[in-house]
Design a protein around this ligand. Structure first.
Ligand code: DI6
Ligand code: FE
Length: 398
């Protein structure tokens, strides 16, 4: 990026600050070499930036570009039939037990090649990009065999080469028990999941390792084996934990110093304490809560009490959260989970970056990556408050 200064911005820096949102009225940001060189109040702009080219933000809201830190965006097929079933009162768990759910997306995904997976995922990626998203985490987990798990990750990497987006991949081989291993989950972990992880790592396809610790998926003992392998490969871990019941996933995540523990509706106080001690980010996924008509809310007050950082994400997937909007996620996080609009914005910027182990993203401050979203808004709470409306003017990037 050529050197320039953005001036006259309502700056929500999302950086640690005494001001809510890290807000700076009449702010300026100096950019050079793809990084933020300076940011602050415009009348304090240091002399050395005075001859930089100026871009006037006309008082509009400037935030860091957004980060969706939990998605299953690469997949084939849809599960609208299950949506119909759930509306007649059949539960997500019942659908999974009768051979639907995740394993039905597995069949569709196994039938697609990498080109097709990219083509099918692109409109969902584009929907996020149109809302100022610059970083997307993408999981495998609809292959459950080596070839398809790797193909999903290859598709994820390809997406980063054809769109202006940073992709962080997570290997989610321990997502569900495939039909061919139905009675032998331990054998699946040993014979498929762990070797596939090693192979994906060899091809540089894996940035982190995830698992689904739940009564309809894997026990914490089974996931621990996968995490041990991740540790041997020096890969960070994250975990779908306590989504549908309390299974001890948070403790397991904490034991491995996980980057994040995600969902967490059934998390208890001991689990919150464990996450706090480990510095693990709690990623809340209101789209899944909403879609499944859940009743048990995540323990937001306890997370605040123990100062566990809270991120939010779309969980974009064909079953429990067919949602490709981070703005709607922010609205739901406030309206349903009672997050403040400030927590929601930090949840898709600073905290989401932390959940992905990205130190220089998700905030506007010196030394951070210069990648911003300019909105037709005058107050940052507007981003959470509107429903089904996208006020993005442009993404400003290097
Ligand atoms: N929890 C989720 O929200 C997704 N995976 C998981 O472990 C849902 C996946 C699906 O239903 O397809
Ligand atoms: Fe998920």
């Amino acid at each position: 990026m050529t050197q320039r200064v953005l001036i006259n911005a309502t700056l929500a820096t999302c950086a640690n600050s005494d001001e809510p949102y890290g807000l700076i009225q009449k702010g300026a940001v100096a950019i050079g070499d793809e990084l933020v060189e300076w940011c602050g109040s415009q009348d304090k702009l240091p002399l050395q930036f005075k001859n930089y080219k100026k871009q006037n933000c006309d008082g509009k809201l400037l935030t860091p570009s957004l980060i969706d830190c939990h998605t299953h965006i690469v997949h084939a097929g849809h599960r609208a039939n299950e949506f119909e079933q759930r509306l007649t009162g059949i539960s997500y768990q019942q659908i999974a037990a009768s051979g639907g759910g995740i394993v039905s997306t597995v069949s569709a995904t196994r039938s697609a090649n990498v080109d097709e997976l990219v083509k099918l995922s692109l409109p969902r990626v584009d929907a996020l990009l149109s809302e100022g998203v610059a970083v997307i985490e993408i999981k495998s987990g609809y292959g459950l065999d080596t070839d398809t798990e790797l193909n999903m990750l290859r598709a994820a990497r390809r997406l980063a080469s054809i769109r202006p987006v940073k992709i962080k991949t997570s290997f989610l081989g321990a997502h569900a028990i495939p039909i061919e291993f139905k009675a032998r989950p331990d054998a699946y972990i040993d014979e498929i999941c762990i070797p596939a992880l090693a192979q994906a790592h060899d091809e540089n396809l894996v940035d982190a390792v995830d698992g689904f610790c739940e009564s309809i998926a894997f026990t914490s003992t089974q996931i621990e084996k996968v995490f041990q392998k991740a540790k041997n490969l020096s890969l960070p871990v994250k975990l779908h934990a306590e989504q549908l019941s309390l299974c001890g996933g948070a403790q397991l995540a904490a034991k491995f110093n996980a980057l994040s523990a995600d969902h967490l509706e059934y998390l208890d106080e001991a689990g919150v304490r464990a996450l706090a001690k480990a510095g693990t980010v709690a990623v809340l996924l209101p789209g899944a809560f909403y879609t499944l008509g859940e009743k048990q809310l995540p323990p937001v007050s306890l997370l605040r009490k123990y100062k566990v950082p809270i991120a939010i994400a779309s969980d974009c997937n064909p079953g429990s959260s067919p949602m490709s909007s981070l703005l709607l996620t922010m609205n739901m996080a406030c309206t349903i989970f009672r997050l403040t609009p400030e927590e929601a914005l930090l949840g898709v910027t600073l905290r989401a970056a932390q959940a992905l182990g990205l130190k220089r993203y998700g905030q506007i401050s010196e030394g951070c990556v210069a990648d911003f979203a300019l909105w037709d808004c005058s107050h940052p709470a507007e981003l959470s408050y509107r429903i089904g409306f996208n006020p993005l003017i442009e993404r400003i990037t290097c």
